[in-house]
Design a protein around this ligand. Structure first.
Ligand SMILES: [Zn+2]
Length: 186
């Protein structure tokens, strides 16, 4: 079977200090070059929570409010996994919703990581152990709403989140105060 996902030939999967196995650069990777593209089945949250996560663990990427891409069987798992760990000081960002690109020039040997804030809109809250000096300790599925992260990752959010951010900024500027109680996140 051909792999479901794409990993740049300048990468390899090996033991990570952050968590389990990680993705590493085996050569220098220039800013904005494609590092990985996620492939798998398109599924909703209900399917993910009931049928995928209990068997395969965290194998998905979110691509819209209720859409995810994930492998659905153990056989597919390895060929869909990207092994990009979360870091609060990542070197990968998103182009579109499934393509991971270098946010800066990356040197050979570096672990390739992305911030879940650039891909997720969910309701979780978990302790982060990424070890980055700027680690925010608690990660939530709503971190994309943080102004500091919106600034840091501008241009590198998943497209569906970038659209939410643009819409929210616009509505916050144009909304009358009496509408504030109707604030919602689509
Ligand atoms: Zn962290």
């Amino acid at each position: 079977m051909l792999p479901l996902s794409y990993l740049s030939p300048k990468t390899e999967v090996r033991e990570s200090k952050i968590h389990g196995r990680g993705l590493f650069a085996t050569a220098d990777i220039a800013k904005n070059k494609i590092v990985a593209v996620k492939g798998g089945h398109i599924i909703n949250r209900k399917t993910l929570r009931e049928q995928i996560t209990p068997h395969l663990g965290p194998v998905e990427i979110q691509i819209d409010n209720d859409l995810f891409i994930a492998p659905t069987t153990q056989e597919e798992r390895e060929s869909s996994m990207l092994y990009s760990n979360h870091s609060c000081n990542p070197n990968l960002g998103m182009r579109g919703e499934i393509t991971f690109v270098a946010m800066r020039d990356i040197r050979a040997g570096e672990e390739l990581t992305h911030d879940w804030a650039t891909t997720d809109d969910d309701d979780y809250s978990v302790q982060c152990q990424c070890g980055a000096p700027n680690c925010r300790q608690i990660l939530t599925g709503k971190d994309w709403q943080r102004a500091d992260l919106q600034k840091r990752y501008a241009g590198y959010f998943s497209a569906y989140l970038a659209r939410k951010i643009a819409t929210r900024c616009h509505s916050e500027r144009s909304e009358e105060p009496h509408n504030r109680s109707n604030d919602h996140t689509e």
